[in-house]
Write a protein that binds this ligand. Structure first.
Ligand code: SF4
Ligand code: SF4
Length: 134
């Protein structure tokens, strides 16, 4: 994961905990698609004051990009998305593994892929054990 811009005004993580489940986090020896040992479904991070820097720094694309409408809110879309240079990474909740193929999501992912292509970038989708490049 990468450091992002400051969060957009009015946006907050709310009850979303996808960050604490979908990515692998080396600093916590946490594999992908597994709950962080410090996360509680009600109450969130139990080590919030002492959480690793990677947790402090990360904000998903929805948190920093006003152009994404409410349908992209991770708790609703079941996708956690972030940019690293020209690459867009999409982590899909395995319980909703096909959601990225549906509209309005897929058309936007294709648009991002076309835009990224100019910089030799691409969109990569992780959905459970499957990986797709757009
Ligand atoms: S995926 Fe986005 S909204 Fe959800 S917890 Fe992470 S930063 Fe917050
Ligand atoms: S340390 Fe806290 S913020 Fe970081 S992944 Fe675990 S529960 Fe989430």
């Amino acid at each position: 994961m990468d450091i992002q811009a400051p969060s957009s005004p009015g946006r907050s993580c709310g009850t979303c905990t996808l960050c604490c489940r979908l990515p692998d986090i080396d600093a916590l020896s946490k594999p992908a698609n597994a709950w962080c040992q410090h996360c509680r479904a009600e109450g969130g991070c139990t080590i919030y004051q002492d959480r690793p820097q990677v947790c402090r720094d990360f904000l998903c694309l929805w948190m920093v990009d006003d152009a994404l409408g409410q349908e992209w809110e991770p708790a609703r879309s079941h996708m956690m998305i972030y940019r690293q240079g020209p690459q867009v990474t999409v982590l899909v909740d395995p319980a909703h593994a096909a959601v990225w193929r549906r509209e309005p999501y897929y058309s936007r992912l294709e648009t991002w892929a076309k835009e990224a292509e100019a910089d030799h970038g691409y969109v990569i989708v992780f959905a459970g054990d499957d990986v797709f490049k757009i």
